[in-house]
Design a protein around this ligand. Structure first.
Ligand SMILES: Nc1ncnc2c1ncn2[C@@H]1O[C@H](COP(=O)(O)OP(=O)(O)OP(=O)(O)O)[C@@H](O)[C@H]1O
Length: 555
């Protein structure tokens, strides 16, 4: 009966599996989407937060646990049968358990019973791993252009040779191998204990000998041993399931490091229609988990009045982007204080701040959605307003890019890839179907920046924005496009405090109410273009280098 039940259970699992898989996966996908999307940057960067559980494993573990239950039922039926055997059923049952107990319990070498970490430190081992990554498509263009293929193969051979006979099996595999064969001999022999027992009982009572009873007992002892071995070997899998399930539900308890405030923004009495006003008081900041010896921002103090157009300049790594992230409250300061409209930024409701801020950087990505959706998401309240989208496209300088694409605004530059073909050599028709099925369009780096800029203009169209930042959004743009982008951003500056971070600031400085020159995480100079030029310091040096380049090119 147990056998029938377990088989029926197995059948029903396979029968209902596709529906169940869809329901379970969808449930947890939605759960994880919500839980991951609510996390802020410092919390995500914290290694203890965990990277989430892939929904594939949830389904996999569910199936695994069903399998374990099925084997438990099987075990019960086998034990009941073997125990009931008239000639030494109980003894035989116990003897059948010896081998699995020895194999998985007593004689298995498990060097890590608790928490552990391991890592490789051998230079050549790491080198072999690193060089192996060059097979990836990612590096193909650089390898061909740089003609470094031969060097990679040569270096790989050298590192492999230097590694010699050092094992590259996992540390667990290395340490779980016994130094002597005795445990292996013992476990193998223990598997024959039921046979030994039976042979001994025949010696003592030859009349009890019957080939049939031997065959039955032998078969059942073997089946029992097998089921117990499988169950024992699954113990660590069950532990993994428990850990994964705990991790999954722990996600709901992860608290954001950036604590939400309770004051609404804008503040009816303090906030100005001109935009956000900032005051930094002795602000210092370093990235959580960062390896730099110096703080990214050091003792920064200055004020930005509402509605000002600010240009931040400074060499690489001087802290410009870090400052922007603090003003957007993507991170919290380590010490000091940032005030927005005279109140600590931490007091405001985060959702309110996010609604009135706009950040355009060179790192911003296009979502795996259509271009229309990508741009619409700048102002989700007007998601379907195609007129607004068209205007944003124009302002972002992306009209030409879109007109070049076969599907225009409906193009998806990062579509989900699901088509799959195999052994297509010689099947021209299938090859071309596959090629056309999920044809990926691509655009240049500068064109991507234009599309992302269009999203920012769409965001402006909400009419809520009071603080807009453009952090080097034009690194891949041609000079004309860059000039136009900055011009259009400036023109949309009504009612906004605007900050531009750029290395090519020449054409912006004459509009800037304030220029902040950063160096080593500090604001070394603050003032207008005229004031800073008159000072003859860091800013004037940066400015003159640019001016000199133009002067030289006209010669
Ligand atoms: N996510 C991060 N984690 C750790 N350290 C970081 C991170 N981002 C920046 N840093 C460090 O903080 C310092 C300031 O970097 P930041 O990006 O603010 O400079 P920047 O002036 O914007 O430079 P660039 O002109 O190159 O964009 C640098 O030393 C950098 O290495």
């Amino acid at each position: 009966m147990c056998g029938v039940f377990s088989s029926t259970l197995q059948w029903s699992i396979h029968h209902v599996a596709p529906n169940l898989q869809r329901e379970i996966t969808a449930h947890f996908q939605e759960y994880m989407l919500k839980e991951r999307l609510r996390l802020d940057l410092p919390t995500i960067a914290d290694k203890n937060t965990g990277s989430g559980v892939h929904t594939f494993y949830i389904w996999h573990n569910f199936q695994f646990l069903c399998g374990v239950f099925e084997r438990l039922f099987r075990l019960i039926s086998q034990v009941v049968f073997t125990v009931q055997q008239p000639s030494g059923g109980i003894t035989l049952t116990l003897l059948s358990l010896v081998s699995p107990v020895l194999t998985t319990g007593l004689l298995r070498r498990n060097p890590w019973k608790g928490a552990f970490i391991y890592y490789a430190s051998n230079f050549d081992y790491l080198r072999v791993g690193a060089l192996n990554m060059f097979v990836s498509e990612e590096y193909r263009e650089e390898i061909i252009a740089g003609n470094v293929g031969t060097w990679i193969v040569r270096e790989y051979e050298r590192a492999r040779k230097a590694l010699g006979k050092i094992s590259d099996a996992s540390p667990h595999a290395i340490y779980s191998t016994h130094p002597t064969p005795i445990p292996n001999i013992l476990t193998n022999l223990s598997g024959d204990l039921p046979t030994f027992y039976w042979a001994a009982s025949v010696l003592f009572d030859p009349r009890a000998f019957s080939i049939t009873s031997f065959a039955i007992l032998q078969q059942h002892a073997q089946a029992l041993r097998f089921t117990v071995s499988v169950l024992f070997s699954e113990v660590s899998g069950i532990q993994d399931c428990v850990i994964m399930t705990k991790d999954l539900y722990k996600m709901a308890d992860v608290k954001n490091k950036i604590v939400d405030g309770d004051q609404p923004y804008p503040n009816p009495t303090l906030s100005s229609d001109k935009g956000m006003a900032f005051e930094l008081r002795n602000v210092s900041f370093s990235y959580p988990g960062g390896t730099s010896k110096e703080n990214a921002i050091r003792n920064l103090s200055f004020k930005i009045p509402a509605g000002h157009l600010v240009v931040i300049v400074g060499p690489n790594g001087s802290g410009k982007s870090s400052l922007i992230k603090l003003l957007n409250r993507l991170y919290d300061v380590d010490s000091g204080e940032i005030l927005v409209d005279g109140i600590p930024i931490k007091n405001y409701r985060l959702a309110d701040l996010q609604r009135v801020q706009s950040l355009l950087t060179q790192d911003h990505k296009l979502y795996p959605l259509t271009l229309a959706e990508n741009i619409s998401l700048g102002n989700p309240d007007k998601f379907d307003d195609m007129e607004m989208v068209e205007n944003a496209v124009k302002d972002g300088g992306a009209s030409e890019v879109i007109s070049k694409l076969k599907d225009g605004l409906e193009t998806n530059l990062n579509p989900m890839q699901t088509a799959y073909g195999s052994q297509l050599e010689g099947h021209k028709k299938l090859e071309s179907i596959l090629e056309n099925l999920e044809n990926k369009a691509d655009v240049s780096g500068g064109e991507k920046q234009r599309l992302v800029a269009a999203r920012t203009f769409m965001r402006f169209s909400s009419g809520n924005i009071r603080f807009a930042v453009a952090d080097e959004p034009s690194s891949a743009l041609d000079p004309k496009a860059e000039h136009r982008l900055f011009q259009r951003l400036r023109e949309s500056g009504q009612g906004k405090t605007m900050i531009f971070v750029t290395h090519r600031f020449g054409h912006l400085t004459k509009y800037a109410n304030l220029i902040i020159c950063m160096k080593d995480g500090q604001a070394v100079e603050i003032g207008t273009h005229k004031e800073l030029m008159a000072r003859g310091g860091e800013y004037s040096e940066l400015y003159n280098v640019q001016a000199q380049a133009f002067a030289d090119s006209t010669l």
